[in-house]
Design a protein around this ligand. Structure first.
Ligand code: KG4
Ligand code: ZN
Length: 346
């Protein structure tokens, strides 16, 4: 079998990453330089700092990805790069690097949608394949997508305001926890009582697969403020556990309902929040109870990485779908805009 090796590049937010993936499945390398320490003191990602750090790091990160894979540029079949959605300055660094590399080495260039990358993280080191329903839960996105084929996505629902990870990060900030707060809340919640506070679950009507987390975030803030005004002490672990329970209840119930409505017995999860221990356990339980097969990538493939971009790029490569030097960074790129997307409702 011919070995198709895609070099993936991802710089859409605060991770500078490059990877080599063989035949869409085997990650020969996955180098990730995380800028978290640089953004921590500001309590969130500062776009200008992110772009500048990508410029400083991209050269070494790509060289390390080739090195770890034991390959040279002449062994590579194509360069796949995230061209949206994301921070425009950050995207441009990876995109321009990829364009120059593809041009210089006479390789095909493949622009990848960041969410198509998260979906493809399920293909890494596994034989998972479409059709399936995918729950994407990250700092920037919360979506339920019916993945009918490798290049055929139908968006079933998405958040109308905050992404799940964004809610985790904002609540963590209110509790005085460092950025990014998801992992911190995950840890703190383990010592708390998930039934201590009845935070709201927003369903948005029967049959809706959309999400809303901004009210939940405000409810946590109101709880903290009213305790402060009334001179009452709060238990941060109980708040973390109760908040997390409210998020997980909604994500799990809507994911199961989406599988049932789509007539699909397979659910795949991806994005940074997929690393959440309570979400993973709850999905395992719910899927087992409803006869749904569940797949969650290992945590390193859940958060932003270039192996998932290379894996997604492979399916464009085998269909001969390449981009030209005019490929641009699109901060609000819609999934399926350049691919096939079913627009019909269920
Ligand atoms: O996918 P990702 O690396 O970047 C985006 O594309 O947004 O996701 C980052 C998000 C952050 O909001 C972070 O707090 C959250 O994922 N996260 C978690 C956990 N680990 C990371 N949220 C809940 N529990 C975790 N264990
Ligand atoms: Zn992401």
């Amino acid at each position: 079998m011919e070995k198709i090796r895609i070099l993936g590049i991802e710089t859409s937010c605060d991770e500078t990453s490059a990877a080599v993936v063989e035949n869409g499945r085997a990650a020969l390398s996955d180098v990730i330089y995380s800028q978290i320490e640089e953004h921590k003191k500001y309590g969130g990602v500062v776009p200008e700092i992110a772009s500048r750090r990508h410029i400083v790091k991209i050269d070494d990160v790509v060289a390390a990805a080739l090195d770890e894979a034991g390959l040279e540029l002449r062994d590579i079949s194509a360069v796949a790069v995230t061209h949206g959605p994301g921070l425009v300055g950050a995207l441009l660094v990876g995109l321009n690097f990829a364009k120059a590399m593809a041009y210089g080495a006479d390789l095909p260039l493949i622009g990848v949608h960041h969410i198509a990358g998260h979906i493809a993280s399920n293909y890494l080191e596994s034989d998972w394949r479409p059709p399936f329903v995918s729950l994407i839960v990250s700092g920037g996105h919360t979506q339920l997508i019916h993945v009918k084929d490798y290049d055929n996505f139908k968006i079933l629902g998405k958040t109308l305001d905050d992404a799940a990870g964004e809610a985790y990060d904002k609540v963590a900030r209110c509790l005085g926890l460092p950025y990014p707060g998801g992992l911190e809340i995950d840890r703190l919640a383990q010592a708390g009582n998930a039934n201590a506070i009845d935070f709201p679950r927003v369903w948005l009507g029967a049959g809706s697969f959309d999400f809303s987390f901004s009210g939940l975030k405000s409810a946590v803030l109101n709880h903290l403020n009213s305790a402060k005004m009334g001179g009452r002490k709060v238990n941060p672990a109980d708040i973390a556990a109760s908040f997390q329970q409210a998020v997980v209840d909604v994500l799990v119930k809507k994911s199961i309902a989406a599988c049932q409505t789509a007539g699909c017995g397979k659910l795949a999860v991806a994005g940074g929040v997929a690393a959440n221990s309570h979400l993973r356990r709850s999905l395992e339980k719910a899927c087992a109870a409803h006869g749904i097969v569940l797949h969650i990538p290992k945590p390193a493939y859940c958060t932003d990485n270039a192996a998932m971009i290379a894996a997604a790029g492979y399916y464009d490569y085998i269909k001969g779908r390449f981009d030209g030097p005019g490929l641009n960074a699109v901060p609000s790129l819609v999934l399926g805009e350049s691919n096939e997307i079913a627009k019909a409702t269920l």
